[in-house]
Design a protein around this ligand. Sequence first.
Ligand SMILES: Cc1ncc(COP(=O)(O)O)c(C=O)c1O
Length: 402
Amino acid sequence: MNNSMIARRMQRVRPSPTATISDRVRELESAGKGVINLGEGELDFATPERIGYAGIEAIIHHQTKYTAVSGTAELKAAIAHKFVRDNGLHFSAQQIIAGNGAKQLIFNALMATVDAGQQVIIPAPYWVSYPDMVTLAEGEPVIVATEEQHGWKLQPAQLAAALTPESRWLILNSPGNPTGAVYRARELAALAEVLVDHPQVLIMSDDIYEPLRYGQTPFATFAEVAPQLADRVLTVNGVSKSHAMTGWRLGYAAGPRWLIAAMQTLQSQSTSNPGSISQAAAVVALTQPQDFFTEWLDKLNQRRQRVLDMVAATDGLSAQIPEGAFYIFANCQQLIGRTTPQGKPLADDKALAEWLLAEAQVAVLHGSAFGTPGYLRIAYAVDDTLLDEACRRLQAACGRLG
Ligand SMILES: Cc1ncc(COP(=O)(O)O)c(C=O)c1O
């Protein structure tokens, strides 16, 4: 390939580290290594059967043509129903758009609203794609480091200090990737209070992990908590994580009409509508009983405990108990600087993750990929036996560090 032909804007975007690690795992697997991948951001469960059948029926009934760019009327009604049922939020069809995953909607929203030099406040640790999407839109990511001791949540004073006349967005993600942190309504209300005096700022609430919460952890979303700011809030969600449908590529967003219209214009010139088959399946996912969650959450809860036990038993690792999602964000600062049995000192979290992949054949992601060095993200959405083996290998490998 001739590099001189690559557009300058490509200098502002890096390949997603999550995709890179998955490629590396596939490479090792094809070389016959028994790698266990705890780097992947998706549930191992099968898409519930009745949702799958809705997709098959859509094919049989020839629902296989273009649809409206922002989604079929049936899907929009199902999305509106979901927002009323789960969040007490009321949206008209013009305030809703479906896309190829939540990722496309976040991308479209930023592309449609961020001008060169405008700032987007992103609390760290963050989902890997936010900053690159902002820079691709010629905006400036303003990374605000949250603290483990604050449960990885943005504090109102931090928000106040980060705001400038150039601020265009604040991005919130709860339950959070990679920390599993879940904001309470009162915490969102306190952030809303700061934002009242900054009418130039839009708020993106990325709720993609909404139902994946443990114990009695309640859910709150920004638009519900701060109705006075509702005309500045984009609520993003999807069926990828909630319904084990990552491959179906179906996400949705709801917010002010002008913003949804702009996102729709952009989508009309890129991908058009999300797949008609996925839309039909998502109608069922969003409207039919969500009875599978109890079993899923039980399983995930046990796995979460398995990893927390491993972390507690491993010298040099520690972690907060995450309230949601399917990740443990483990502090590995005490392992940095230690020496491998091969005699190599581990310079940082990336070196540690690489060594764990080579030594224990377990893939985890380094915290610096999420803007927070000194941590490892361990995804526990894998089969129990594999997870057990992975935990044993990780603990044993860390024990070999000098
Ligand atoms: C925080 C967060 N938002 C959005 C997405 C994108 O989800 P989708 O599969 O719907 O594009 C992910 C996927 O990893 C995520 O972790």
